[in-house]
Write a protein that binds this ligand. Structure first.
Ligand code: GDP
Ligand code: MG
Length: 594
C-alpha cells in the first residue's frame, strides 16, 4: 500500500458513547472479525470488560475497497477516561484524523471536549459522528447544533449512525478516506519510525507498536532507539488484524508491530524515534513524559505475602510503564511499595488487576497527590508520602497540584454543583450556556479535592446527569498541614495525611472517632489523638478493659485452658505494635478504607 492509500485514524468519544461498539462494527464490516463474536473485541483486559472502559489503546488494520481501490485503514482505539489521556495523546500522534463520536441522546459531554482539543491541537482532520440515533431520546438535530456552537463544525457535516442497528455505518469509512489526509512521509528517505506504544505478550515478549514516518522497515533490519542508543534486530514485523499478522515489512505511513527480543516494556520509550544503524535521522517531537499525580502505598495483607506481591507487581508493570514503584517500609503495615499513578482510576485499575490477574491480596493506603515543599533557602522538595512532610521546621510554603476541571450539567443542578466546588476550594473560570437546559462550567480545583467522595457527590447531586473531566493545572500555594493520628503519643505513619488547615480539626476528629470505634476495648487505657503540624486538634480516650480469656472456663479443665491461651497468642500475631499499643492489623485496614 503506497501512502496515498493508507489512512491512520482513531475514534475519540466520551465514555459510553459507543466507541468500542463502533470499532467492532467497523472490524466486522471489513471482515477483520466475524459477526456475532464476543463484543468489544478491542477491550482485551478483564478490567476493561468488567468496567466497560478501555484502558490500553489497541490497534487494528482494516483493508477496505473504495471506488475500485483497496485502502489500508489503521484504526487506533483510545481510552476515553481522563486518567488515560496520555494513552489518547500518544495514539493520536500516530494519526492524521479522528472520528469524533457523540451520543445523539446525551450530546457533548466533558470528555468530548477534552478529547476534541487534544485532536485539534495535533492538527487532525475531524470526522464528526452522532451515534445512537436509534434511541427514542436521540435528538440528532439539536446535538448537531451544539457541535456547531462548541466546535464550529457545520451541522450538515455530522454523520448519523447507530452502532447498534448498523444504520449509517456504510458512510463512515468513505468519509475517513475523503477527509483524512494520507500520512505525509517521504517514501525514499532513510527509515524514521515512531514508537507509540508497547505491551508485553506472555508468549512473544515485548511487542512495540510503531508508525513508519519515512522510508520502510524490513524483517532483519538492525535499528537504533535514538533516546537510549540501544540497538535491536527486527525479528518480526507485521500489522494488527487485530491479531498480530507477520508481513515481513512496513512501508511509509503504515502502522504495525515489531518484535525485537526486548526484555521489558520499560526499555521501550514511548514517543522515541528509531532509525537504521549508521543512518541517523532528525528526532520526532516525542511526547510529554507522563507524570505520576497520585501516590499510594501498596502492602500485602499479611507480611508473609511480600515476595508474592513483589513478583505480581513486576509482572504487571511490564505492561504498564506509567506506574512508578519504590520499596517502602511502614511501622504499621510492614514492607511494601510506594507507587505513583496517573490518577485515581488508574490506581483502582492497577489494584484490581493485581488482585484479578495476579492473585495478590493487597491493602492500598489512602492516595496522596505530589506536594512541593518550599524550603526557606528557596529549594523545592517533592513529597510523595505524607509521612515525609517535615514537622517542626520553618518552611517558605507548601504547593499543591491543581486541575482545570470541566463540567457539563443540566442547568437545574448549577447551584448545588457550585456549592460542591466551593466546598472543595475551587475557583470558577468559565460559565457557558450550551443550550437552554445545559451548562458548561470550568474551574480550577486542587487535585487532592478530587479524592474522597468527590465523584459520588457529583453523581448524587446531579442524579448522574453531569459529566466531568479535567486537565493538569498549575502548582498553587496553599495553607496545608500534616495531620497525624497518635496512639498514646506515638504517630501511626500509615495514617498520616496532608490536609488544608481549615479542615484539619474536622477530619482529625473523625479519624479519632473511627479509631476508637474500630479498636474496641484494650487491656490498657489508650489515648487517641489527632495532631495538625504537631498541635493536638482532637482527642478520644479508650477505657481499659482486661480481656480475660480464662473467664469463660469454670472449673479446672486444663486442656481447654491451654487451647484458649494459644488462641490468644494466635490473635496477637495479627497485631501491629505502635509504641505501647497493639493494634489489630484489620483496624488499620478499616481506617485506611474509611
Ligand atoms: P465506549 O465507552 O465509548 O467504548 O462505549 P461502548 O461501545 O462500550 O458502548 C456503551 C454502551 O452503549 C453499550 O451498552 C453499547 O451496547 C451501547 N451502544 C453503543 N452504540 C449504540 C447505539 O448506536 N445505539 C444504542 N442504542 N446503544 C449503543
Ligand atoms: Mg470502550
Amino acid at each position: 500500500f503506497p501512502p496515498e492509500r493508507v489512512r491512520n485514524f482513531s475514534i475519540i468519544a466520551h465514555v459510553d458513547h459507543g466507541k468500542s461498539t463502533l470499532a467492532d462494527r467497523l472490524l466486522e464490516l471489513t471482515g477483520a472479525i466475524k459477526k456475532g463474536g464476543k463484543e468489544q473485541y478491542l477491550d482485551k483486559l478483564q478490567v476493561e470488560r468488567e468496567r466497560g472502559i478501555t484502558v490500553k489503546a489497541q490497534t487494528a488494520s482494516l483493508v477496505y475497497r473504495y471506488k475500485g481501490e483497496e485502502y489500508l485503514l489503521n484504526l487506533i482505539d483510545t481510552p476515553g477516561h481522563v486518567d488515560f489521556s496520555y494513552e489518547v495523546s500518544r495514539s493520536l500522534a500516530a494519526c492524521q484524523g479522528a472520528l469524533l463520536l457523540v451520543d445523539a441522546a446525551q450530546g457533548i459531554q466533558a470528555q468530548t471536549l477534552a478529547n476534541f482539543y487534544l485532536a485539534f491541537e495535533q492538527g487532525l482532520a475531524i470526522v464528526p459522528v452522532l451515534n445512537k440515533v436509534d434511541l427514542p431520546a436521540a435528538e440528532p438535530e439539536k446535538v448537531a447544533e451544539q457541535m456547531h456552537q462548541v466546535f464550529d463544525i457545520p451541522p450538515e457535516d455530522c454523520l448519523m449512525t447507530s452502532a447498534k442497528t448498523g444504520f449509517g455505518l456504510d458512510a463512515i469509512l468513505p468519509a475517513v478516506i475523503e477527509s483524512v489526509p494520507p500520512p505525509p512521509g517521504n517514501t525514499a528517505g532513510p527509515l524514521r519510525m515512531l514508537l507509540f506504544d508497547a505491551f508485553h505478550d506472555e508468549y512473544r515478549g515485548v511487542i512495540c507498536m510503531v508508525e513508519i514516518i519515512d522510508g520502510h522497515l524490513r524483517k532483519g533490519d538492525r535499528v537504533v532507539a535514538s533516546s537510549t542508543g540501544d540497538t535491536y534486530d527486527i525479528l518480526e514485523v507485521g500489522i494488527m488484524t487485530p491479531e498480530p499478522a507477520s508481513t515481513g515489512q512496513l512501508c511509509t505511513g503504515q502502522v504495525g508491530y515489531v518484535i525485537t527480543g526486548m526484555k521489558s516494556t520499560r526499555s521501550a520509550r514511548v514517543g522515541d524515534t528509531w532509525h537504521l544503524v549508521k543512518q541517523p535521522v532528525e528526532m520526532l517531537p516525542g511526547f510529554k513524559p507522563t507524570k505520576s499525580m497520585v501516590f499510594a502505598g501498596i502492602y500485602p495483607i499479611t507480611g508473609a505475602d511480600f515476595d508474592a506481591l513483589s513478583a505480581a507487581m513486576d509482572r504487571l508493570i511490564l505492561n504498564d510503564a506509567s506506574v512508578t514503584v519504590r520499596r517502602e517500609n511502614s511501622a504499621a503495615l510492614g514492607a511494601g511499595f510506594r507507587c505513583g499513578f496517573l490518577g485515581l482510576l488508574h490506581m483502582e485499575v492497577f489494584h484490581q488487576r493485581l488482585e484479578q490477574e495476579h492473585g495478590a491480596m493487597v491493602i492500598t493506603t489512602s492516595p496522596t497527590v505530589p506536594y512541593s515543599i518550599e524550603h526557606t533557602d528557596g529549594s523545592h522538595e517533592e513529597i510523595q508520602n505524607p509521612a515525609q512532610f517535615p514537622l517542626g521546621k520553618k518552611l517558605s510554603g507548601v504547593w499543591e497540584p491543581t486541575v482545570a476541571a470541566t463540567v457539563v450539567t443540566p442547568s437545574e443542578h448549577l447551584g448545588s454543583i457550585m456549592e460542591l466546588f466551593q466546598e472543595r476550594r475551587g475557583e470558577m473560570l468559565e460559565h457557558t450556556v450550551l443550550s437552554p437546559a445545559r451548562t458548561l462550567l470550568r474551574y480550577t480545583l486542587p487535585l487532592a479535592e478530587l479524592g474522597g467522595n468527590f465523584y459520588d457527590s457529583l453523581k448524587s447531586i446531579t442524579s448522574g446527569y453531569a459529566s466531568f473531566d479535567y486537565d493538569e493545572g498549575e502548582m498553587r500555594k496553599a495553607d496545608l498541614v500534616r495531620l497525624d493520628l497518635l496512639l498514646n503519643s506515638e504517630t501511626v505513619d500509615a495514617l498520616a495525611r496532608i490536609v488544608h488547615r481549615d479542615k484539619a480539626q474536622r477530619i482529625g476528629g473523625k479519624m479519632c472517632e473511627a479509631m476508637k470505634e474500630k479498636m474496641g476495648r484494650q487491656q490498657f487505657e489508650v489515648i487517641i489523638q489527632a495532631a495538625a503540624n504537631n498541635k493536638i486538634v482532637a482527642r478520644e480516650t479508650l477505657k481499659a478493659f482486661r480481656k480475660n480469656v480464662l473467664a469463660k472456663c469454670y472449673g479446672g479443665d486444663v486442656s481447654r485452658k491451654r487451647k484458649l491461651l494459644e488462641k490468644q497468642k494466635e490473635g496477637k500475631k495479627r497485631m501491629r505494635r505502635v509504641g505501647s499499643v497493639d493494634v489489630p492489623q484489620d483496624v488499620f485496614h478499616a481506617l485506611i478504607k474509611s
